[in-house]
Design a protein around this ligand. Structure first.
Ligand SMILES: [Zn+2]
Length: 127
């Protein structure tokens, strides 16, 4: 797997782990890559890699909202569709397999969107 340009930390890392866990559940039940336990098929590996890349470039950074609530649509159309399918399938099943992670994800999704960090304002301070 290709290395990410920036390593994910904190909220972003946790979110990526959640996506990987959901994708594993989805892949296991839908794709035939059962040679190794927890292995993802090529298509799903590409998806989690893409998700990690988007997360590493998220303008919200550590205050990012849950992706389904986010006003920035950073996923390409086909990837977005895949994310929706995987989350719809993997989300409820996470409760059995990774209850703590699933509950944290649900709580995160209910939180209101934060304001986008205003970097320009800091640079152009006048007052
Ligand atoms: Zn798969």
């Amino acid at each position: 797997m290709r290395k990410l340009t920036e390593p994910l930390t904190g909220v972003l890392l946790y979110e990526h782990k959640t996506i990987i866990a959901m994708t594993r559940i989805y892949c296991r039940d839908h794709h035939s890559s059962r040679e190794r336990e927890q292995a993802l098929c090529q298509e799903c590996r590409e998806f989690v890699e893409f998700a990690g890349l988007r997360l590493s470039k998220c303008p919200y950074g550590q205050v990012k909202p849950a992706c389904q609530n986010c006003p920035i649509h950073c996923y390409k159309k086909d990837m977005k569709e895949k994310a929706r399918i995987i989350m719809r399938y993997g989300g409820p099943r996470m409760l059995l397999r990774h209850p703590v992670m699933a509950i944290r994800h649900l709580l995160h999704a209910r939180r209101a969107n934060p304001e986008l960090p205003k970097k320009k304002r800091i640079r152009g301070e006048k007052q």
